[in-house]
Each structure stands twice: as C-alpha cells, then as structure tokens.
Design a protein around this ligand. Sequence first.
Ligand code: PRX
Length: 660
Amino acid sequence: MSELNDIQSVLTENRIFDPPAGFQEKLGGAWVESMEAYRDLHAKSIADPAGFWESVASNLQWFKPWDTVLEWNLPDARWFIGGTINACYNCVDRHVEDGHGDEVAIVWEGEPMDNDDPDIRHLTYSDIQDKVSRCANALKSLGVGKGDVVTIYMGMVPELSIACLACARIGAPHSVIFGGFSSQAIVDRVEDADSRVVITCDGAWRRGSVVPLKANVDAAAAKTKCIEKTIVFKRCDNEIAWDDARDHWWHDLMEEADAECPCEHMDSEDMLFLLYTSGSTGKPKGIMHSTGGYMVYTMLTSRFTFNLRPDDGQVFWCTADVGWITGHSYIIYGIMANRVPTLMYEGAPNHPEPDRFWSIVDRHKVTQFYTAPTAIRAFMKWGDEHPAKHDLSSLAVLGTVGEPINPEAWMWYHRVIGQERCPIVDTWWQTETGAIMMTPLPAATPTVPGSCTLPFFGIDAIVCDEQGNEKPPNTGGLLSIRQPWPAMLRGVHGDRQRFIDTYFSTVDGMYFAGDSARRDERGYFWIMGRVDDVINVSGHRLGTMEVESALVSHDAVVEAAVVGMPHEIKGTGIAAFVTLGGGVEACDELKASLREHVAGEIGAIAKPDMIRFTDALPKTRSGKIMRRLLRDVASGKESTGDMTTIEDFTVLAKLRDDED
Ligand code: PRX
C-alpha cells in the first residue's frame, strides 16, 4: 500500500449544484426531499440497522417472514434469517397479481437500424411471466434443480433477463458471463461453478457485426467436460455448428414447455447468483449474492437513487450489459422490483451513427438514464451536434457508475445531456457490494463534479488507515465499510480464504473495498482509485495479473508486467512491458499477435493499448516488479519515489528511451 503515501488531494472543485428546482413535479414527487430528511434517516439507519431494514423489507412480498433481521459474525452477515422469498416473484408475478399484468416491464431495441421500422419489443409483466415460466420448465426438463448453477452467455436481448429470472424462479443460481469474454473465460467460469447447462445465442449484434457466441461456447465445450447441455436463442440467424446430443433451440424448448411453473420458496440466504469479477491475484473469483438481502437493498437503492415511481410514466435506461453487476441490479432486479419499465438496448452507442443513444432516449421518452464515464467521454469527443438532433426533455435524472468521472465529463453531461435541469447521481459501488453504496439523492443532495457525495442509508463508510483510524479531511486513505449491509457479498465461490484475505484482512474489523478515497470538509467522498492490482478499463474491471498470465502463455513471451496508464476515453488503458525469449524478434507483427492472444485468452477488453518490449523489468532486490516505476514510465511521468532498491537502474532508463 505504499502508493497511499503518494495520494494527495489534487482536485479542488468548488462548483456545487443544488438539486434543480422543478424536479419534484417532473417526477411526481421525491422519495427523499431534502438534506435534512437524508441526514435524519441516515442517522437512524446507522443507529438501528435492523429496525431500518425490517421496515424496508416489508415492501417486498415474502412467503414467510423472517425471525431475525441480522446476524453479524465478521465476515459473515445473514439477513432476514428464517424468511423465504423469491426474486422472480417480486419482479414479475407480484405485479401481475396486483393487476399490472398488461403494463410494460421491458422495452427493448435491437441494434440493426431501419428508421422506418426500428426493431422494438415491448414485453408486459404477463408476457414475461409466461416466458419465464416456460424457460424455468425447460431448464427443469434438462435436469436443472434448486442449487444448480446455470451459465448464461448471451447478447443483450430480453431473453437474457428472462433466463436470469427463470433461474431465480426455480432457485438455480445464475452465472452470467459478459458476451465480450472469450471461450477460455467460459471454461474457467463453468469449471469453477461446476455448471452443466449454458444458455447462449447463435450470435449477438455489435456495431453491425455478429459476435459468434455459440461458436465460443462450442470452443469452450471442446476444452471442458463440464458443459453437458446448451440452450440456444436464435437472434442473428448466423450459421452455427450443432451437436444434437448437447444443443437445444430455445424456441423449441419454450414451445414444448408448460406455461405454469411455481416460484420456489427460497431461504433468504440462498444464493441468487454468482458473478465473476477480477481481483489482484489469480483467476476471476465468483462473487456470491444472496436472495433476500440482495433484493431488499437493490430495490431500495433503485427507488431512492433514481426516484423511481411506478405510476408516473417513467422509463429507466441503464446502458450497462447484464454481464456486469450494474446490469444485474439496475436492468433486472432493482428496477423490475419497483415496477418501472426497464429499457434494454442491444448494441453499440455509435451504431449506425454517434447519436444512437439520444435517438433512443427521444423515441422511448427515457426519464432516468444511467451510464459510465467512459461513454460520456466518448460522446463528448463525438460532438454536441449528436445529442442536439434529439429531444432530450424527458430526462429527469442522470446517473454514472464504474469509474471516477472527471469534472469536465461531469460538466458536459450536466450541460449537454441534462440541459442543466437534471441532477447527476455519481454512484460508487462494486460487484461485491451488490448495489449502490454512495450516491447523491436527486432531490436532496447538492452535487459536486467528481464526488460520489455521501453514503446510502445503512452504509457506514469511512476513510481510514490499516488499523481502522479515520483519516482527517482531505487525506487519502482506505475506503472501508464498518457495518454489514443487506446486499453485501456472502463469499467467494469455493474459496473461503480468498474471501477473508481480500475483504476482511486489510483493515481491522471492516470490509475493505480495494479503493482509496478522501473526504472533503463537507464530508463528501472522493474516490481516488484502486490500491490493489486491479485496473478499471472503460469501467470494466481487470486484474493486471490476469493480463500478465495471458501474455506469458504466448510462446514468445518470457515475462510480462502490466500496469494502468491514463487514457483519454477509457479512463485507464493497459500498458504491458514484455520480455521475449531468446531469438524472438521484437516487431510490430508480434505486438499485434500478442494483442490478439490476450483477446483470445480473456476478451477484447483486455487487449493492451501499449506494448513495450524490454530486455528486463525493473525489480527490487527481492525480485518484485516495481510497478510504480512502470506506471510512471507508461504515463510519461518522471519517477520521484525512492529508487535505491532498483536492481538495475539502466533498465528504467532504457524503458524511457524506448519509444512505442
Ligand atoms: O474502483 C471502483 C470503481 O469500480 C470498482 C468496482 O468495479 P466493479 O466491481 O466492476 O463494479 C462496477 C460497477 C458497480 C470500484 O472498486 N468505481 C465504481 N463506481 C465508481 C468507481 N470509482 C469512482 N466512482 C464511481 N462512481
């Protein structure tokens, strides 16, 4: 953690934006109306978490109420003990039973664009109940039972949400793999989860091309015995290989399946899903989320952060892929539990033109829009003329997530997209936290560009040192959480020790997020970035070790070190320093082949932005790679830190001289 000493507050941001006037009328009233209301309720939620969460939990439908709200034996939290609930029931059936079956639940737009006839689907809660029930029965017919992990590797089609909900319905935890990941990533995840059934698509549209999802699953199945059955949704009608013993068409199974399927009564602590994410060491780890606590917390953060109200004509759009936690919580579970239509868009933000997102906002009258800083920076670059072509007046709340947002991007979002009348909620959270942990509340919290402001209800966040001592204002420290919250991870699949080591060993008695942060005089939090070997590329989380392992698995490579470097659009880009085996020629073709190799091992998002060949890497006398120096080299900075431990000073000098 020596980096922490380097972290000083460099940002001085004095602009402050009060919640815009007229916001309440626009959204039919606000859930949290003022800072006083926030502070009062926050204090209560910290003083009496059990009482607070108990009152929230009664907003969901439970089959059997809980006996005890919380049991906390660090690092294990159990919430709503003894209660039984079903996530799918709360997102779908409950609304049908309450007489809302004909209301739109999912609005979907496909990527291929014909202006006269856009590819749009509206699915009601009744439609979804029918499809989810059939899909759940289809899974059962393939032998899936309660507790069996089902892998989902699909494009952004409504059937992806339907598949997740079908798993939830029968108590089979889902493990969604982002469609941009490689066949090797599928192998790693299905093996870790011992998942025998994979739901996929023939292909997915991305920027006008077909991503061959089924072919990737075939390649994975050739490498592992784990995959016994696949279900294939036909989306692109691209040519695919077929194995009669293993593969089943989605449409065939759905047609044969019964449309009645009861929701399993799940224990509150039963696993709802597994989601793999990168850490500092080894392969991605399977983060386990519970059913009851996750649903309660995700429902409330959705409602308050975005001011969701079911009967006021709102349309919520989160642009993330369901393959990430953001999509799980804010495309599916949190939004559907609130009975607000959730919009899903299949493809790229700039296909066929850079105004695609804004045409979608206009066409569907989106009221809440949630995206990542990397997308905002790309839109800035593409130019103001693209949003200007469309009517964005339906927008009422703008959200951002995934990485720190630079103040210029924040201001552009505020001015050009929000037209200075939409609050921006900069939400800080993680795969492990399940849902939003820090955020402004749109009608209550004055916002400052670049700050995620204050903790959500029930979140006791602190910036501290390793002993848990709180840091003074404007001093960098470790971002930690003192008390359990309902949606916190319940463990790392199959690796208890990694769960303890990663989250509960750095700071005494607390959950450590892996981020550093500071608090300003106002008490607002400013996220400063990861302090472990995780990098955030376009809001996508990658472990530097994962990329290094991928590089080293190439025949030409002897050793590799990967660090983050500043990148105009991605926020952080990937810089790789590579030493080659004897006799291998360092050339541009090899760089290209290494990039492809990494894409094959992990996925295109992990391709290094810069590769530099070197005879040796700077190391300490004990043989540890000096990443801080490499970061400086990659970002073109002079190293100011202590260099006396470098084994060979000439290595650093040489790295600097070598132009990419
Ligand atoms: O470093 C923080 C950054 O993203 C990390 C979590 O990544 P992941 O698990 O993939 O989840 C991303 C979506 C929830 C965090 O440790 N991060 C996330 N949101 C923000 C952020 N950094 C700064 N500001 C944010 N709003």
